[in-house]
Design a protein around this ligand. Sequence first.
Ligand code: ADP
Ligand code: MG
Length: 383
Amino acid sequence: MNDRDALAARLATEFRARLGRPPAGVWAAPGRVNLMGEHTDYNDGLVLPFALDSATLVAVAPRDDDLLTCLSLDRPGVAALRTGDLRPGAVTGWPAYVLGALWALGWPQARQPGLDIVVTSQVPPGAGLSSSAALTCAVTLAAAELAGLEPDRTTLAAAARRAETDMVGAPVGIMDQMAAMHGQTDHALLLDCRSLTFEPVPLPGQDSGLALLVVDTRISHAHADGGYAQRRTACEDAARTLGVQALRDATLTAVETTLVGEQRRIARHVVTEIERVRTAVTALRHNDLTGLGEIFAASQASMRDDFRISCPELDLAVDTLLDAGALAARMTGGGFGGCTIALLPDAAVPTATTAVTAAFKTRGLTPPRAFKTRPSHGATRVC
Ligand code: ADP
Ligand code: MG
């Protein structure tokens, strides 16, 4: 039995203990790491995420009445709401992700039955690994299957996103939900966030002697406040100044000649980052790891100096990983904390992990958490 199956069994046991009957099933959806393309999703650009091998699990059973209840094994608070009362603003805190997913699926209009939902997760929350999309996607898939709905996974991803944008009030893009729904083992997903078309891109597999290492700085970001929303607005302003629908449509020449100051920096990151997604895919397809390392370094510099979403802890982790033998390393996710992702020889993982821990300790920082991950498949029914 692997970790996920064991956790699913424990979740089903907890469900039965707390609700007095077994769940109808347990569903799982993974967190994600983005390899390239930060803050490009809401600019209609390209991204290159992969689904993690850690997931959020939900145990769900229909009820005889119209009550929707949810509880999490990982945090306090329970929510209970009549289906007819489900609307934006009716629920706050973490249950907004769960009930928001039902609202986005049209649960009230379809007069679907009440549900009991119990949640637990392997994805650390607030670390930039998208525990939020893992949660909304797991609920969305579970509810759709229980209701006998058969929308395609992209439609489910869009519903999961609406849970976050409309119910939670976090202005997120579509990348996380698409990765959680469409992830494939040992592949990243080259996703066009305008057309929502995607293609799998092979990543070095287990026999390559390479490993993907995530370092969680444990500096927690908070998407709902400040920086993320500010960058988003700044991107929209820059697109308006340039007279384009989204920054995806802007050229670097137009950015450099038309924009000034902060708008220029912001737009330059987005335009060059979209191009880096393309070049990173080419490098991966040609197994050009030196080239990939250079593209990662350019991305890290752009996020640090132009878009200004890195932080000293992320910069320190990236620099230390590179010194310890990583072939490519950069921060990943929305920024202001969260994680780095690095590709390195498997044999270098222990040294790199020790080096990062020591570097943080020397500076009196909270010990980071490093773990190897493997690109995994998207949301699924576990049992
Ligand atoms: P990230 O998606 O990067 O992990 P977010 O701030 O977008 O960070 O989402 C984290 C939020 O998702 C948590 O604050 C909580 O509301 C919700 N969440 C994630 N995992 C769980 C869980 N296991 N139980 C309850 N809520 C969770
Ligand atoms: Mg999130």
